[in-house]
Design a protein around this ligand. Structure first.
Ligand code: ADP
Ligand code: MG
Length: 603
């Protein structure tokens, strides 16, 4: 008979194995300890690390503390105050619940726990080494809890070897504390590394204040706020028009019920929202907070609780996508101010060097051609014939009844076009002032969103050319077109090698006019040639869509009929992101009624 080979693992070894999942590096310890402090209702949390946390991680809180008995229990495996019954698992409202962190950490370090409950006369101090309790005694201690973890992995050299340099570990800790601080604005945080204070955030009244403490002034972020179907989304995300003509790149902090998570559903919704708005999304900075009823999200998916599972992922996806879309569409149109010299001469910029944006509205001198809408040479129904005393809203309703029922978006008041300036800008008015719209970028924005919208449901309408078009292109560009055949086809292009230096275009998207076809294909070839190898298909489609929209749009110097102007403004109004083009250029600038009245000394 063979001797039995199966043996029950010692508690210490079992804890070390669990530690393999929970404790990867100093930052994981900081995460577990800070989450415990938050669960204990702390209002101030101080984190200290030395040598990137390898020598020391200390977390001090002013939370509820532990009684002597609880302090002993807290170090045992599967001991927790946060759940009791299996039903509790279905609606978890605390950050912790597994009862694993303290025993796991204690099994791979030297741990000191000092704690005192609110109002108790004495505190408790427990020392543990490699998972074995070394001493327990009564001590004087501040109210709250301090945990000190020293010599991480001193007894597991294999794990110690995987730690990065002190600097790299400090960076991880600092990122993590920043994220936790962002997730809990009402709690004060400090982070100290050796002699350096890396972070200091007193308790803040709002998320906006906390963002300011952490990242200073962020006018390149827009606020998100939406609540639908029991899901609430708040936060701040990169605006479409960042400093580099596109949303700023940066960290993506996602919180579900106060817990920082990585979640593919949410990540996808973010990409989706940005991809219908801009071609420069890549990795936009977002700080998003979801509140979901605890019984509709499962947090018990992953040992480090970094992932969650939603009961209704597509609902969450939709609410997040809409929340972002609405927020991104809300960027206000930039305002311009007038500088008028009494007597009507050319505008002078008092003491300014270089022309201010206002000069675009400077005195319309000799060559500048205004086209009053009613007298447009190409005819068409005069739009303003009814006179201005009629409310503008009614006027526009008269021209295009559907205009008024559009969904609320950035440009949510109907704009009445008066005419074109230099055949390039549409001049329009509404009750709030005068708007100048770049006709090309406005139309481009409209078409881009239409194209992206249709792509999500299938492919774009294509039109076959009666005589295929033959275009000569450099080899690299021919290659680029060939390599992206399927993507081009989804947008309605049919392009094939024609031998020699040529490609043959047999079909193109219906929305691109024949006249613009060759230019569009040349631009696409260059664009796709410049695209990073291995770009995601989404990215490729977005690029093609942007180039297609650009070439299908009316150009600068195109004379527009009144109907076309009304159409563009009308569509722009339905467009979610009407104030910037997909490349981040402004679509519209406004001269407010207030500014005009001020200049004419009417207020
Ligand atoms: N900073 C703290 N303040 C008060 N109680 C704490 C603190 N840290 C841990 N505890 C107590 O110790 C228990 C075990 O902690 P832990 O091992 O992290 O498991 P969990 O957080 O999953 O319950 C907690 O349930 C809590 O009751
Ligand atoms: Mg915990």
């Amino acid at each position: 008979m063979r001797a039995s080979r199966i043996r029950r693992l010692s508690t210490e070894l079992a804890n070390q194995i669990a530690a393999g999942e929970v404790v990867e590096r100093p930052a994981s310890i900081v995460k577990e300890l800070v989450e415990n402090a938050l669960d204990a209702g702390a209002t101030r949390i101080a984190v200290t690390v030395e040598l990137g946390g390898k020598r020391l991680v200390r977390v001090e809180d002013d939370g509820e503390g532990m009684t002597p008995d609880d302090a002993v229990l807290a170090l045992e495996r599967h001991a927790t105050s946060k759940i009791r019954r299996v039903e509790d698992l279905a609606a978890i409202s605390t950050l912790g619940f597994r009862g694993e962190a303290l025993p796991s950490i204690a099994s791979v370090s030297h741990l000191l726990l000092r704690t005192r409950t609110q109002g108790a006369s004495r505190g408790t101090e427990i020392r543990v080494s490699g998972g074995v309790v070394a001493s327990t005694r009564e001590v004087g201690a501040p109210e709250g809890t301090t945990l000190e973890v020293t010599d991480l992995f001193y007894n597991v050299p294999a794990r110690r070897k995987f730690l990065k340099s002190d600097g790299a570990e400090t960076t991880q800790v600092s990122r993590l504390v920043t994220q936790l601080a962002l997730g809990h604005p009402d709690v004060g945080f400090t982070l100290t590394s050796g002699p350096r204070r890396l972070l200091q955030c007193p308790p803040a009244a709002s998320l906006a204040d906390r963002l300011f403490q952490l990242y200073k002034d962020r006018s390149d972020l827009v606020e998100v706020g939406k609540s639908a179907a029991g899901v609430q989304v708040t936060g701040f995300v990169a605006a479409l028009a960042g400093p580099g003509q596109g949303p700023v790149r940066g960290p993506q902090n996602i919180f579900v019920n106060g817990r920082a998570v990585k979640d593919r559903t949410i990540a996808h919704a973010i990409v989706h929202a940005y991809s219908t708005a801009t071609i420069k999304e890549r990795s936009p900075e977002v700080h998003l907070f979801l509140e979901v009823p605890p019984d509709r999200v499962d947090v018990n998916v992953h040992p480090t609780k970094a992932e969650v599972r939603f009961l209704e992922p597509s609902l969450v996806h939709e609410v997040v996508r809409r929340a972002l879309s609405e927020a991104l569409g809300q960027g206000p149109a930039p305002e311009i101010t007038l500088d008028v010299v009494a007597g009507g001469g050319a505008a002078q910029q008092p003491g300014s060097s270089g022309p201010a944006p206002a000069t675009a509205m400077g005195a319309p001198g000799g060559g500048d051609r205004w086209q009053p809408l009613a007298e447009t040479p190409r005819g068409g129904a005069p739009v303003v014939g009814a006179g201005y005393e009629q409310p503008l809203r009614d006027l526009v309703r008269e021209v295009r009844p559907a205009a008024v029922e559009a969904v609320p978006v950035a440009v949510d008041r109907p704009l009445l076009p008066l005419g074109q300036f230099r055949d390039t800008f549409i001049i329009a008015i509404d009750d709030d002032g005068i708007a100048i719209i770049d006709q090309h970028v406005a139309h481009e924005r409209v078409l881009f969103e239409q194209v992206m919208e249709r792509l999500t449901t299938g492919s774009l309408e294509s039109q076959r050319l009666l005589t295929p078009m033959i275009i000569e292109l450099p080899p690299a560009e021919r290659q680029a077109l060939a390599a992206h055949g399927p993507a081009l086809e989804r947008l309605g292009f049919e392009v094939e090698e024609f031998g020699g230096d040529s490609v043959r275009i047999a079909a193109m998207p219906a929305l691109v006019g024949l006249a613009a076809c060759e230019a569009a294909v040349r631009a696409l070839a260059q664009d796709l040639d410049g695209l990073d190898q291995g770009s995601a298909i989404d990215e490729t489609l977005r690029r093609i869509a942007a180039t297609t929209a650009c070439h299908a749009a009316v150009k600068a110097n195109d004379r527009l009929t009144p109907e076309k102007m009304v159409y563009i403004l009308d569509e722009l109004r339905r467009t979610a992101h009407s104030s910037v083009c997909p490349h981040g250029r402004p679509v519209i600038v406004r001269l407010s009624r207030r500014e005009i009245e001020k200049r004419f000394e009417r207020i």
